[in-house]
Design a protein around this ligand. Sequence first.
Ligand SMILES: Nc1ncnc2c1ncn2[C@@H]1O[C@H](COP(=O)(O)OP(=O)(O)O)[C@@H](O)[C@H]1O
Ligand SMILES: [Mg+2]
Length: 255
Amino acid sequence: MIEVINLNKSFKDNKVLNNLNLTIESGITSVIIGRSGCGKSVLLKHIIGILKPNSGQVIIDGQDVTKLLPKELNKLRLNFGMVFQGAALFDSMTIYENVGFNLIEHTDMDSQTIAKRVKEALALVGLSGIENLRPAELSGGMRKRVGLARAICVRPKIILYDEPTTGVDPIMADAVNDLIKNLHDKLQVTSIVVTHDMVSAYKVGSKISMLYEGRIIETGTPEQIKNTHNPVVKQFVTGAAEGPITAQNKIVNEV
Ligand SMILES: Nc1ncnc2c1ncn2[C@@H]1O[C@H](COP(=O)(O)OP(=O)(O)O)[C@@H](O)[C@H]1O
Ligand SMILES: [Mg+2]
């Protein structure tokens, strides 16, 4: 469904994506892992057309996103639900206005239909009836859920999550992972999750791809990634998921 072909992106001398190739299959959750600063968010921004590459293509349903005009991009983006790091809610708006934002701003849907969609989206994340509250009245976990409700309110074909568990405690991270899985099962969407959290990657992903030095160096099932023979992938997945435990084991082994 999504094909990234020979994608190159540099910011001045900083070559971030280096002939990157990646295929995202329809209907499954694909996770892209990699160290902080390796270009995960830059890759996501190319997929939704926020950034233009120096060269290469992003093909979605037969269309090259990198060649689309702004108007065509806006139309395409209604197929995407994007969950940003942090909830990125508008504090001055009600939850209704936040969740319905894209439908209110970018479609000519009538307000009754929008109200129904907002209600449905809030129910899916387990937050029925909070339309008239404001973000300041919610806990961190609830805000995160509202961010997800906003993404699914457009009934996207593709949901992109940028570091959904970064900056939340492990219990909330687990709740967020469950929510990603539940939404995927209920909505039958294609999901792309970008993360450096291996606990999350293993839990939500059907396929995991590792981004390193501007390329995807390996793609596999969680099981295949766990048992990888690629030393770079191995170092990352063990280090990121259980750094202190590995260090302890090493000391024990050395003794
Ligand atoms: N708009 C931008 N202008 C210049 N450099 C950028 C821009 N966006 C990202 N970068 C650089 O690209 C690299 C990858 O960033 P990013 O994709 O945000 O990493 P991460 O994998 O943590 O999401 C970093 O070196 C970052 O400084
Ligand atoms: Mg990022």
